[in-house]
Design a protein around this ligand. Structure first.
Ligand SMILES: *Cc1c(COP(=O)(O)O)cnc(C)c1O
Length: 348
C-alpha cells in the first residue's frame, strides 16, 4: 500500500510549481531576540500587538507536539479547522476536474468547501447502523478522486467508525484520507495521529473549538506526513494564526487538569442526559454518542424544535439530513442547562 502511494501525483500542478510568499518574519526567524526590527514596516509604537505574529507558530506547535506526540514538522495550524480543510482542497483538488467523497450524514462544511472550490462531491451514504459501506466508497472513486472525508466521531451522529473499515480505506483509497477528529477527546477510541507513520495518505484534523473550549479564538490543527504539511505550509497565508490566538491557545494547552475534568464531566452528563431523555414520551431513540452531543429521534422534530425555541432553548434540527428523519441534536451543556432541557421537554 505504501509503495503505490505517490504524493507528487496528487498535488495540483500550479501548486507544485509555485514559490511561496516570503515574509519579513520568514527571512529573519529569531524573534525572541532583542533586535532592532526595521524589516516589516510595522509601527514601532505599540503594546505587544504592533509586531506580526510568528508565521510558523513555533511555540504553539511545540506545545501541540507534546500534547499529541507528533513532531512539529508534521503539524499545520489554521484559522479554525475550516481554514485547514480549505487549504487541503486548494492544494490537492483541481477545480472542475477533481472529485472528493463524503459520507453523509456528516459535517456540512466538506460539501460547502467542495462547492466553493468547484469540486464534485460524490456522496456515499452511511449504512443504517451509521457505519461506512467501504466497498461502495472504493467503487465511487475514479482516477480524479483526491480526498475522502471521514468524520470520527461523526457529526451529527456522534458515532465512531470501525477501525478495520478505516484501515481498509487507508490501504485501498487512491487519494488522501482526511479523518476529522473534532470530537476525539470525548471518545473512548484512540486518535489516528498515532498511525501517521504507517499511512502516508493519512491526514488528521483537530480543533480547539470543542473539548478545549476555545471556539472563539479559531484554531484548527492538521497532522500529516512532513511531505503533506510542507505542501500546505507553502500555500497558507503567511500570518494565518494571529498573535492573540497563539497566546490564548498556548495558555489553554497548559491547563491539562482543567480541560480533562471538563471532558470527564461532559461525558458523565452525556450519560445522565441520555438516561433522562429516554424517560420522555416524545423521545423515541438516542444514537449512542462518543461526542459532546446526542442525536435524538423524536416524534415530530419540527414541532419540538419550534416549541423549544419558544421556551428559549436552541437545539439543532437535523431532520433534513439523510438517515436522520425526525432527529434533533442536543449539545451537552452545564448541569443546569441539561436540567432545563429535560424539564422543558417534560412540559411539551
Ligand atoms: C465543530 C466542528 C469542527 C470545528 O471547526 P472549527 O473551524 O475548528 O471551529 C470541525 N469538524 C467538525 C466535524 C465539527 O463538528
Amino acid at each position: 500500500m505504501e509503495s503505490k502511494f505517490k504524493l507528487q501525483t496528487l498535488i495540483r500542478p500550479n501548486i507544485a510549481a509555485m514559490q511561496p510568499y516570503s515574509s519579513a518574519r520568514d527571512e529573519f526567524k529569531e524573534f525572541d531576540k532583542e533586535m532592532v526590527f526595521l524589516d516589516a514596516n510595522e509601527n514601532p509604537f505599540g503594546k505587544g500587538l504592533n509586531r506580526y505574529p510568528d508565521p510558523n507558530q513555533s511555540s504553539l506547535k511545540k506545545s501541540f507536539s507534546k500534547v499529541r506526540g507528533v513532531p512539529s514538522a508534521q503539524i499545520l495550524l489554521g484559522n479554525g479547522s475550516d481554514e485547514v480543510l480549505d487549504l487541503i482542497f486548494r492544494a490537492f483538488c483541481e477545480p472542475n476536474v477533481d472529485t472528493i467523497i463524503t459520507l453523509p450524514p456528516t459535517y456540512g462544511m466538506y460539501k460547502v468547501l467542495a462547492n466553493l472550490n468547484a469540486i464534485e462531491n460524490r456522496e456515499v451514504l452511511l449504512r443504517k447502523d451509521f457505519q461506512i459501506d467501504t466497498q461502495e466508497v472504493l467503487n465511487a472513486q475514479t482516477a480524479n478522486t483526491k480526498l475522502l472525508f471521514v468524520c470520527s466521531p461523526n457529526n451529527p451522529t456522534g458515532t465512531v467508525f470501525n477501525e478495520e473499515d478505516i484501515k481498509e480505506l487507508l490501504c485501498n483509497f487512491n487519494g488522501l484520507v482526511v479523518i476529522d477528529e473534532a470530537y476525539i477527546d470525548f471518545s473512548a477510541s484512540e486518535s489516528w495521529v498515532s498511525k501517521l507513520s504507517m499511512y502516508p495518505n493519512l491526514i488528521v484534523t483537530q480543533t480547539l473549538s470543542k473539548a478545549f473550549g476555545m471556539a472563539g479564538i479559531r484554531l484548527g490543527v492538521c497532522y500529516a506526513s512532513v511531505e503533506i504539511i510542507s505542501v500546505l505550509n507553502k500555500i497558507k497565508p503567511p500570518y494565518n494564526v494571529n498573535a492573540l490566538t497563539q497566546q490564548r491557545a498556548l495558555e489553554q494547552l497548559g491547563k491539562h487538569s482543567e480541560i480533562d475534568s471538563q471532558i470527564r464531566f461532559l461525558k458523565e452528563q452525556r450519560g445522565v442526559l441520555s438516561k433522562a431523555l429516554l424517560q420522555l414520551k416524545c423521545i423515541e431513540e438516542i444514537v449512542p454518542s462518543e461526542a459532546n452531543f446526542l442525536l435524538v429521534k423524536v416524534d415530530d422534530a419540527t414541532k419540538r424544535y419550534q416549541q423549544l425555541i419558544e421556551k428559549g432553548i436552541v437545539v439543532r434540527n437535523r431532520s433534513n439530513q439523510p438517515l436522520c428523519e425526525n432527529t434533533l441534536r442536543f449539545t451537552i451543556g452545564t448541569e443546569t442547562e441539561n436540567k432545563i432541557l429535560i424539564e422543558t421537554l417534560k412540559t411539551l
